[in-house]
Design a binder for this molecule. Structure first.
Ligand code: HAM
Length: 420
């Protein structure tokens, strides 16, 4: 092989496409039902955007960004996530003038230089939702409820919602202190990563995969929440119950990006193994101001599309095929104009028509019709045409019907209704 795709990336084609369509169509449907409009931001952004928002000490910024210098000497990064670009667009395009709240969604590729494994890639895809302008727990509940609706829409059932509150700038310093005090006593027992993070990002010690028992016994953020954060969290739980959203609380959930405050959540799939998070999100009330905008509350989440597909397969979700070739038009002899007209009539009626462009013999044409799974083949031949009819072949049963040239569309519509 001369050229191979880059490690951790994938070609997506064929039957696999049906899963992608299903997720994309479900996303648009749910977005529409909840009043979220689409936003498409560039895949390349200034590196500084992610360093500032995601956080200098996070894995993403420390180890995982695809960063390069462009020909103008600027440092550019392939977006590792979608929130920072949407926030940049929000500020840059003065969305603030549109009033609040504002709701956006996006679908697209993200890039992280991680060690590839099942459910973890270097180019992966997210669908994401962001809500700007509301401080109320109603917004948190809406966003989590929406995520659950979307998962159900794509056919998933075996997942659980996990929530936590990590407080605000008022109460988090006390919590951080409590963690420092606790971990100081265990510093010689924890792994090297934890030792480093002790000084740079103490909260992340809680989701260490090595020192689980130490983290289990660590102080819990919810015990340090200020009154406002406590009320916010309690209201969220109240609203989730009203919405019939089952959830668990996980006091160790802190998330790997620095911009969060108050609500953080993840949705984990039961059949996914190590990379079980199919969605993650939370509040980022300080981020817009930190990035140079006004003070605007915001929150959102993103789902990993590859992980959704693994979960769909594990749950045996049936998806409609991405492409159904209803009709193949075979033509033999001097009948091209008539054959083209039939194709046009059918397509005008929303019937998928694959037209022979190889000018091969009838046998080869029908073989191709079979290979692409055409449901019907229309054979346009000189003799038949001179008597104003064509042959419609049911590709599954092999049954041929003589059909008057003026009634081809009606016949095909009826026949498709019968066999589909
Ligand atoms: P995140 O937790 O980093 O959050 O990513 C969200 C989801 O993307 C994960 O739960 C996972 O399903 C998927 N994902 C992440 N990395 C990979 C990877 N290397 N391979 C495959 N899938 C992956 C964010 O990105 C935030 N921007 C979410 C958010 C939106 N928070 C507020 N608004």
């Amino acid at each position: 092989m001369k050229y191979a795709r880059i490690k951790g990336t994938n070609d997506i084609y064929g039957e696999e496409m049906s899963y992608w369509y299903m997720i994309e169509e479900s996303t648009r449907k749910i977005a529409k039902l909840f009043g979220y409009s689409e936003i498409r931001t560039p895949i390349i952004e200034p590196t500084e955007l992610f360093v500032r928002s995601v956080g200098e000490e996070t894995d993403i910024v420390q180890k995982e960004m695809y960063t390069f210098e462009d020909k103008g000497g600027r440092s550019i990064t392939l977006r590792p996530e979608g929130t920072a670009p949407v926030v940049r667009a929000f500020i840059e395009n003065s969305f603030i003038n549109k009033g609040f709240p504002q709701r956006y969604f996006y679908i697209g590729p993200m890039f992280r230089y991680e060690r590839p494994q099942k459910g973890r890639q270097r180019q992966f895809h997210q669908v994401g939702f962001e809500l700007f302008g509301s401080e109320s727990s109603l917004a948190d509940a809406e966003v989590i409820y929406l995520a659950v609706k979307l998962l159900k829409e794509i056919g998933l059932t075996k997942f659980k919602v996990v929530i936590n509150s990590i407080g605000c700038e008022k109460c988090r310093p006390q919590y951080r202190e409590a963690l420092k005090e606790y971990y100081a006593k265990h510093l010689d027992e924890v792994c090297d990563d934890c030792k480093r993070r002790y000084n740079t990002n103490i909260l992340r010690l809680l989701d260490c995969k090595v020192d689980v028992e130490i983290a289990d016994k660590a102080p819990r953020s919810i015990d340090y929440l200020c009154d406002e954060c406590k009320e916010h969290y309690n209201n969220l739980k109240k609203y989730l119950k009203m919405l019939d959203v089952d959830f668990e609380e996980d006091h160790k959930l802190v998330r790997g990006l620095d911009y969060y405050n108050r609500t953080v959540f993840e949705i984990r799939h039961d059949l996914l193994g190590a990379q079980s998070a199919i969605a993650g999100g939370g509040r980022y009330d300080r981020l817009i101001e930190m990035m140079g905008g006004k003070s605007v509350s915001a929150l959102g989440f993103a789902m990993g599309m590859e992980r959704l597909i693994i979960a769909m397969k594990a749950e045996n979700v049936k998806v409609p095929p991405a492409l159904v070739n209803h009709v193949y038009i075979a033509h033999v002899g001097d009948v091209i104009e008539a054959a083209l007209n039939i194709a046009e009539d059918l397509r005008r009626n929303n019937i998928t028509v694959v037209f022979d462009v190889m000018e091969r013999g009838l046998r080869a044409q029908l073989k191709h019709a079979d290979r692409i799974g055409a449901l019907l083949a229309i054979i346009v031949g000189e003799n038949e045409l001179s008597e104003d009819f064509v042959v419609v072949k049911d590709m599954e049963s092999g049954e041929d019907s003589k059909v008057d040239i003026n009634f081809v569309v009606d016949f095909v519509l009826d026949k498709l209704k019968e066999i589909m």
